[in-house]
Ligand binder design. Structure first.
Ligand code: TYD
Length: 212
């Protein structure tokens, strides 16, 4: 039986997910917990190779269906080789993006059907869902400033899509959180990294107190 705790971080571009995933991992390690911090697309050698195929700005890029298949293939390898074994060892697994990114980007942004994306997820991973999903939400004006500071003109194939695409992604994330209030923790992404970190720790406190 699975022990451990599977946490995912989700949100649009520049909401501060990766910073917060790292801060949470360090805080839990300091508490003496076994933590595995990973990301998608990627996390294993095979999935990182698929990541390069997906995000490279050279060439023609992929249609939404091909993208969904590639993300699902990368996730399948990641779950089998890294996430399930770490959960079985009793680790807290913190994953920066997971299936809800596919549902928001390829579903909300790209127009694919949510039930079909979940079927693909069932094929790829036997339908492994996180115990909790931290959704960080921030207004596009705030994230645009952060992204300009972080990336300048450099952006990847998906991050570089237009504002309408990213607005659909944000709306899709909100819809997913509304539909599954038990799994999603919605976190206000405004404020300093420390303030956001404190919100996340408070929201996760009941889950963290349940595991050793
Ligand atoms: P990354 O550099 O990790 O972006 P970020 O810092 O915003 O997390 O690039 C991942 C990109 O891939 C990002 O634009 C979101 C997109 N993505 C999808 O479209 N579908 C998915 O299933 C995942 C995991 C990511």
């Amino acid at each position: 039986m699975m022990q451990g705790l599977f946490l995912t971080f989700e949100g649009g571009e520049g909401v501060g997910k990766s910073t917060q995933a790292k801060m949470l991992a360090s805080a839990l390690q300091i508490q003496g917990r076994k933590v595995v911090l990973t990301r998608e697309p990627g996390g294993t050698e095979g999935a990182e190779a698929i990541r390069n195929l997906l995000l490279d700005t050279r060439g023609q890029g992929w249609n939404a269906r091909a993208e969904a298949l590639l993300f699902a293939a990368a996730r399948s390898d990641h779950v089998e080789r890294l996430i399930r074994p770490a959960l079985a060892r009793g680790c807290v697994v913190i994953c920066d993006r997971y299936i809800d990114s596919t549902r928001a980007y390829q579903g909300g942004g790209g127009g694919l059907n949510d039930a079909e994306l979940l079927t693909l997820h069932a094929i790829g991973t036997d339908g492994l869902l996180p115990d909790r999903t931290v959704l960080i939400e921030a207004a596009p004006e705030l994230t645009a400033t952060r992204l300009a500071a972080r990336d300048g003109e450099a952006t990847d194939r998906i991050g570089g899509r237009d504002a309408a695409y990213h607005a659909r992604v944000a709306a899709a994330f909100a819809g997913l959180a509304d539909a599954e209030p038990g799994r999603f923790l919605r976190i206000d992404g405004q404020g300093t990294p420390d303030e956001i970190h404190a919100r996340i720790l408070a929201a996760l406190a009941p889950d963290l107190s349940r595991i050793t």
